[in-house]
Design a protein around this ligand. Sequence first.
Ligand SMILES: NC(=O)c1ccc[n+]([C@@H]2O[C@H](COP(=O)([O-])OP(=O)(O)OC[C@H]3O[C@@H](n4cnc5c(N)ncnc54)[C@H](O)[C@@H]3O)[C@@H](O)[C@H]2O)c1
Length: 390
Amino acid sequence: MMTKVMNVAMIGGGFMGKAHAMAYAAMPMFFWPAPAIPHRKVVVDVTDSAAETARLRFGFDEASSDWRAVIARPDIDVVDICTPNNVHAEIAIAAAKAGKHIICEKPLARTVEEARAMAEAVKQAGVIHMVAFNYRRTPAVALAKKYIDEGRIGRILNFRGTYLQDWSADENGPLSWRFQKKIAGSGTVGDIGTHVVDLAHYLVGPIESVNAMTRTYVKTRPIQQGGVDKLGASEKSSGGERAEVDVDDEVVSMLKFESGAIGSLEATRNAWGRNNFITLEIHGTKGSIAFNYERRDELQVMFADDPADARGFRTVYTGPAHPYGQGLWPIPGLGIGYSETKIVECHDFFSAIATGKQPSPNFNDGLSCELVADALLRSGETGLWEAVGK
Ligand SMILES: NC(=O)c1ccc[n+]([C@@H]2O[C@H](COP(=O)([O-])OP(=O)(O)OC[C@H]3O[C@@H](n4cnc5c(N)ncnc54)[C@H](O)[C@@H]3O)[C@@H](O)[C@H]2O)c1
């Protein structure tokens, strides 16, 4: 069997560039036969020297500081957008026009308008598209989806989702692009709240309306020194000039789903002691499911039809018997990490290209998350229930 080699141009060689480059290298090692072999052809960053560093570090053949020229090349099959949010739309629309398959980091865009234009461009071009909400690819989360689809917890009544981190709790963490509306679009809502929204859509279905509170607790931060942006915690500065934070730090919302289920969402990057605390708790008419990403190999499940003397949460430790288990490690206790979620995502993206069937979440799902983010931000301002747009 000949597995097709596909050339990838990756735009942005930062944190996500690292995660995606690892996934390109590792995907065929885990999933064999691989749907395709991603070849790390060109990496693009803002300067020649940043691109060259990324080339050496992440194992690409070539480096460039001109994404337009790279996208125009006939030998590029896939464009991978790992830049900050401000250029997602421009790059994706150009890549679609050039007929490339596209994977774009989340949030899909800064605004609903940008996301809609991106979804329209990929539809017109007929290319495969994916938005990188990788937490769906955690085997325990996919197992929760399987139990829900099989009716094991009955009709869903309530969804509680959180994403709590603490890397921006220090007011002297620098004003990275993640605190600037013109680059990020929004703060916590777009950055991590959309991950919870995507998980809610995946597990429960469309959100119909929201009632949110948003806050910006840290109103100014030190202007970041140096050319390359960093996550807040990796660089501290107590002196120097400060500038305004014009995005939200924190969001708490009630949710109504189209199915009739209700729920809640909380997201913050200021919760000391929480690192990547993505939690889900869902109860239905026949049982409950609970998940905490900080213990990502475990799914807590309770089935109400268990004998009365054995009722309670059990811990299912994911492994070969569970979603993606045949490709990942052969023994449950070996565990998975963040990289494996990206490796699975990469597998599903190239499977979609190989079969010609759109993956999920794709740009339409990314647009749906953007519509909820927009409703959360509107509700944060008005204090009222706000309907999610169509
Ligand atoms: N899926 C996840 O779990 C996850 C986690 C973190 C970030 N993200 C998303 O990934 C994207 C990138 O975030 P990051 O953490 O990697 O950021 P980062 O700041 O670490 O890296 C971004 C890189 O893009 C480069 N860049 C900026 N503008 C560019 C341009 N016009 N052309 C080429 N390169 C450019 C920067 O120089 C930098 O190297 C964002 O959309 C972010 O929301 C997703």
